[in-house]
Design a protein around this ligand. Sequence first.
Ligand SMILES: [Zn+2]
Length: 93
Amino acid sequence: MQKLQVPLRTCISCRRKAEKKHLVRVVACKDDVGAGEGLSGRGAYICRNLRCIAGALKGRRLAKALKGRIKNLGPDDFLRVIEEGGYRIDAKY
Ligand SMILES: [Zn+2]
């Protein structure tokens, strides 16, 4: 019997691998950043917790993952983008 393959993605912040459904997908669209599975463009994945979301902005990890096509983004702006993408963030981390 064939094993069911679950696609794993790596969080750009903590480098842990997880199923897509446990992660936030962020996408570069022109100079801006969007969040959501349905968006097209170069995407990156981040765990759904505040630590990883804030961590993605440090050391330009997000900019590197999205090939630098983002403007300066603060943690609050980034969180708003992610929530607008329909994600619920676990604030316990
Ligand atoms: Zn993470």
